[in-house]
Design a protein around this ligand. Structure first.
Ligand SMILES: [Zn+2]
Length: 417
């Protein structure tokens, strides 16, 4: 393991800088696709490194390319992409941290750590440029919490930023639930795909005293809410689970008025394209059937949001080997189950083999039992993991470039005449 002691030690040397950057970002979270202050902080932190830097046209993204020295124009090396998302959430912070945000927005999902960790990886890899057998693309992405920044960045060319297509991609996401310093992921579907179900039930409004003279969409909407739950247990393969949560239900303006419409929106989470296809076909039929049975009509739309995040099994095996080499087997854990949350890094992993890995960042003084989860106003992340985050990303890039690089004739022992 002597070859991997270096990056861990190097990361310790820059930890103070990364913590300072993270805390600065934490005080000023920005939400969505336009994050001017965060973008400026990233550009400032990358200044002076041997990177080719560009910024997004339609969003405040930053893309930086590092070209390794162990490649030439006639023998270009592979390209690895490392991703960190940058956005906060519209959450009023109640973490008690001395550097808590007071702006009404919060880095409640730890994306401030992702930015600082990716900056750290850029610094570590810049120092190791001479031993890189290819290119590294650093993807600083806004809008993960919505409306989605990965797809616009792909459309703006992040996967071809180095001039050749990206060959492998990695991202690390901190969590307030796992022990500090624990790396966790799984092969195959690892995070759910999320889709929205929009339903409008049309009835006939009237006086609340005489429902038989109206067509009440409220009772129909209530029946649909319950039917969606029995649908998932009766129609969906139990080994390919689906979660349907009706998070919005709107109807009416007064207790004595039967409204003419009722509206609901559900988040529909899937782990396969097969179940998404089935839902897209069957949910309109279910909703329209119930509505018709009561004399209503319904508009139904299943809108895909983020696809399923699928880790390449070989890349996860490779990542496990790299991380175990750095930190030992006790720090690397393979989950058996996916997470039903969603991630737009899925758009990258749909196009490029790679994997998305969680990193535990629960502070020592927060008991595992009942620890606040990501997105909670009370969640805290121990930013001493930033060294591990930066070193792990950097080492994944180095090891993957080495693994994917076509050996030069000299290195392969082939002597050309
Ligand atoms: Zn997140």
């Amino acid at each position: 393991m002597c070859g991997t002691v270096g990056p861990v030690d190097d990361a310790a040397l820059i930890l103070d800088d990364l913590v300072a950057l993270r805390r600065r970002l934490h005080q000023h979270p920005e939400v969505g696709l336009h994050l001017p202050q965060t973008q400026a902080a990233v550009l400032e932190a990358l200044a002076g490194l041997p990177l080719e830097i560009s910024t997004g046209a339609g969003l405040s993204s930053v893309v930086a390319v590092l070209r390794g020295d162990l490649q030439g124009p006639d023998l270009p090396g592979p390209t690895v992409l490392l991703r960190g998302d940058m956005d906060g959430l519209p959450v009023v912070e109640d973490s008690g941290e001395p550097f808590a945000s007071t702006t009404g927005t919060m880095h409640a999902c730890g994306h401030d750590l992702h930015v600082a960790g990716l900056v750290g990886a850029a610094r570590l890899l810049s120092a190791r440029k001479a031993e890189l057998a290819g290119n590294v693309v650093f993807m600083f992405q806004p809008g993960e919490e919505g409306p989605g920044g990965a797809l616009p960045m792909i459309e703006e060319g992040v996967l071809e930023a180095a001039g050749t297509p990206v060959d492998a991609a990695f991202g690390i996401h901190v969590t307030g639930l796992y022990d500090k310093g624990l790396f966790v992921s799984k092969p195959g579907p690892a995070w759910a795909g999320v889709n929205l179900l929009h339903v409008t039930v049309h009835g006939k409004g009237g006086h609340g005293s005489s429902p038989w003279m109206s067509v009440d969409p409220v009772t129909v909407a209530a029946e649909i809410v319950m039917a969606l739950q029995s649908y998932t247990t009766r129609r969906i393969n139990v080994f390919d689970p689906v979660v349907i949560t009706v998070g919005e239900l709107h109807a009416g303006t007064a207790s004595n008025v039967i409204p003419s419409t009722a509206r609901l929106t559900a988040s529909v989470r899937t782990l396969s394209s097969a179940s998404l296809k089935q839902l897209t076909l069957e949910l309109p039929r279910l909703v329209q059937g119930i509505s018709a049975a009561h004399g209503c009509t319904a508009d139904v739309d299943v809108e895909p949001e983020y696809p399923v995040t699928v880790n390449d099994a070989g890349m996860w095996d490779h990542a496990k080997t790299v991380l175990t080499g750095m930190y030992g087997p006790d720090r690397v854990h393979e989950r058996s189950e996916p997470i039903m949350g969603a991630e737009d890094f899925s758009y990258v992993l749909e196009r490029v083999p790679g994997c998305f890995i969680q990193l535990g960042a629960r502070p020592d003084d927060v008991p595992a039992e009942g620890a606040p989860s990501n997105h909670s106003a009370k969640v805290r992340f121990d930013d001493s993991v930033l060294g591990e985050q930066a070193a792990a990303l950097a080492e994944l890039a180095v090891a993957t470039l080495t693994k994917l690089a076509v050996p030069s004739p000299q290195a392969a022992g082939v002597v050309r005449e």
